[in-house]
Write a protein that binds this ligand. Structure first.
Ligand code: C5P
Length: 306
């Protein structure tokens, strides 16, 4: 007989708005952000085992993904076992659909999916509140991918308030071969700010998501959202990858309403009027040699599939 197994799917995310405040002593920056979960997924298959083991495969390049304790999903499984007093292990198979080191929270989605999968597999039944606490200990974006949808994130990004978002938003993602390191992009923002670089705004005095962003989401108004898309990490990401400015310009030229670097990059997210326009933008970008994908949001967070 085969061992019991659970399949959980968790989404990647875009930061529709990402305001970065000052750096604190723990190395983290305070944020005011709006996350939206999009239809690009990580699948985690958890099977009961004696030890903790992990394998990674998928459509995206997985050669840089560690399979030991540096992997956030591995840490998630061990943290849950330790918290709930579980003495058995788990074999995790992760099928990656979200680009690695792309600024879309793929690793965080793996961790969120692993928490939900192991909770079901081991029958620990911790409930959303406890899972959220564990998620926040694993990383700033993990709680959001657990919940999904559209949400405002404050603190490190882990204090969540659901945001109303009507209808669906169509995005075209442009992927890069090479990833960017999130800690390095945050560090670079601090350096640019310390140099008073014109491309990087100072940390805002009050960290709030502008009303216009929330109103456009609530109204399902892509044309209203496009001009208020904002990401403080865009300047340091473009400093590392100046070619991305061209990708943004191409996307707009092909008909996207607006665009921005997703999280710490290098994935570019282009907001479109609807599905048809997104299809055109995707086709045009592909015809000019870009790796472009059409996705939509919001979608639910980590869910048991089987
Ligand atoms: O929590 P997570 O592991 O996703 O964060 C990766 C890195 O991004 C942190 O080590 C930190 O350098 C940076 N970060 C930050 N402020 C945040 C979130 C992340 O400086 N609010």
């Amino acid at each position: 007989m085969s061992s019991p197994s659970v399949h959980v799917r968790a989404p990647g995310k875009i930061n529709v708005y990402l305001g970065v405040g000052p750096r604190h002593d723990d190395g983290y920056h305070s944020l005011a952000t709006v996350f939206q979960a999009v239809s690009l997924y990580e699948d985690v298959y958890a099977t009961l085992a004696d030890e903790f083991t992990l394998e990674v495969f998928g459509d995206v390049d997985v050669s840089d993904v560690p399979t030991d304790d540096r992997n956030l999903a591995m840490r998630a499984a061990k943290l849950l076992a330790q918290t709930a007093g579980i003495t058995s292990g788990v074999h995790l198979r992760i099928r990656k659909g979200v680009p690695v080191a792309g600024g879309m929270g793929g690793g965080s989605a793996d961790a969120a999916a692993t928490l939900v999968a192991c909770d079901a597999l081991w029958g620990t039944d911790l409930g959303m509140h406890r899972l959220h606490e564990l998620a926040a200990r694993l990383g700033a974006d993990v709680p959001f991918t657990l919940h999904g949808g559209t949400a405002i994130g404050t603190g490190r990004g882990d204090e969540l308030t659901p945001a109303l978002a009507r209808g669906r938003f169509d995005w075209v993602l442009v992927l890069s071969d090479q990833g960017l390191s999130t800690p390095e992009i945050y560090r670079k923002l601090d350096v640019l700010r310390a140099q008073d670089a014109p491309v990087a705004d100072d940390p805002p005095l009050s960290l709030d998501v502008p009303l216009a962003v929330l109103q456009a989401l609530r109204a399902g108004d892509a044309a209203g959202l496009a001009p208020v898309l904002m990401n403080d990490l865009e300047a340091p990401a473009l400093a590392d990858r100046p070619d991305l400015a061209r990708v943004l310009a191409d996307g707009i030229r092909f008909g996207a309403l607006g665009g921005l670097v997703s999280g710490s990059g290098p994935t570019i997210a282009l907001l479109c009027e609807g599905s048809e326009q997104a299809q055109t933008v995707q086709n045009e970008l592909q015809a000019t040699g870009h790796d472009a994908l059409h996705v939509h949001g919001p979608v639910p967070g980590a869910r048991v599939i089987a």
